[in-house]
Write a protein that binds this ligand. Structure first.
Ligand SMILES: [Zn+2]
Length: 298
């Protein structure tokens, strides 16, 4: 039986203990109160690692131990190093796997640490819970930023949120500064910058009421997401796409599908499926743990 601890660090930390790809017991959440937003964005790296190590150590059973520790974080993650993380900027350049292993050693925990991108971890978690470990699973996470995850993991950057979906030079709202990016249209922060006079929630509500400017934008929002998805279909083939994250509430799946159908016309590529997953930390936590156990075998 493989025992893993899975953890997710986004604007909060969630950690849980897994036995053979199943969550056992109640996960730990920090901060406990879900109403406290953005608790981690100003926290120094050292403190983040200490807190993470403390929560993980608390979940390790003293006698059973743990075979692997998996941590999911937003950003570009390669070989345990966080190369960039726009929404937790203090993590940039951090050797998280190494630093966390050191911090865990101080708690008497010696299991190997594996760090994954949070969207990749969700894809792994979806694959594990849907019994699709041998199939290609792709996930869009729609939040402040836009994440793209896939299972099985393949070496690469995979910053799908920054794929170019517009040639309009005025499309410059992406958090990375790049022109024409998906996140610059679909991301929450980008929407706030575009509509200085209303919040994204109001934009989508007004679009439903028939406001022309809002309706046009809601359509652009769906076309942008369809364009990025179509690009991945043209590169890696059709298959399953999942949509999740805090702002998946803005997604109108039939509208997305109709745009996607207009963009993907080659018949062997039209067998794609689209599914909304309500956002939940457990899928990412599970995926982080599953990825860590799989990484042991590599
Ligand atoms: Zn960008």
């Amino acid at each position: 039986m493989a025992i893993a601890i899975g953890a997710v660090m986004t604007d909060h930390i969630v950690a849980g203990r897994l036995e053979d790809q199943r969550l056992t017991g109640q996960p730990i959440r920090d901060p406990e109160d879900a109403a406290v937003l953005d608790a981690l964005s100003a926290m120094p790296c050292r403190e983040l690692v200490e807190r993470l190590a403390g929560h993980i150590a608390a979940l390790v059973d003293a006698t059973a131990g743990a075979d692997a520790i998996g941590v999911a974080v937003p950003g570009i993650v390669r070989h345990g190093v966080i190369e960039d993380s726009p929404n937790l900027p203090q993590l940039k350049g951090m050797h998280l796997a190494e630093d966390l292993a050191h911090a865990l050693a101080a708690h008497g925990v010696a299991a190997p640490v594996h760090v994954a991108n949070d969207a990749d971890a969700i894809a792994a978690g979806v694959a594990a819970t849907h019994g699709q470990m041998n199939k290609l699973v792709r996930v869009w996470t729609i939040g402040n930023g836009i994440g793209y995850g896939r299972w099985p993991y393949v070496e690469g950057v995979w910053e799908g949120g920054h794929i170019t979906v517009s040639l309009d030079p005025k499309e410059r709202y992406c958090g990375c500064g790049g022109v024409g990016h998906l996140e610059g249209i679909v991301g929450y922060r980008a929407m706030r910058m575009r509509f200085l006079d209303m919040e994204p929630e109001e934009i989508f509500a007004n679009a439903k009421k028939g406001d022309e400017r809002c309706r046009e934008f809601a359509d652009l929002w769906h076309r942008a997401l369809a364009a990025a998805t179509a690009s991945f279909i043209h590169l890696a083939g059709p298959g399953r796409f999942y949509f999740t994250g805090h702002n998946v509430r803005f997604l109108d799946l039939p509208l997305l599908r109709s745009h996607l159908e207009s963009m993907v016309r080659m018949s062997p590529l039209q067998s794609f499926s689209l599914e909304v997953l309500p956002p939940d930390d457990v899928t990412a936590l599970l995926g982080a743990g599953v990825s860590a156990v799989r990484a042991l075998a590599r």
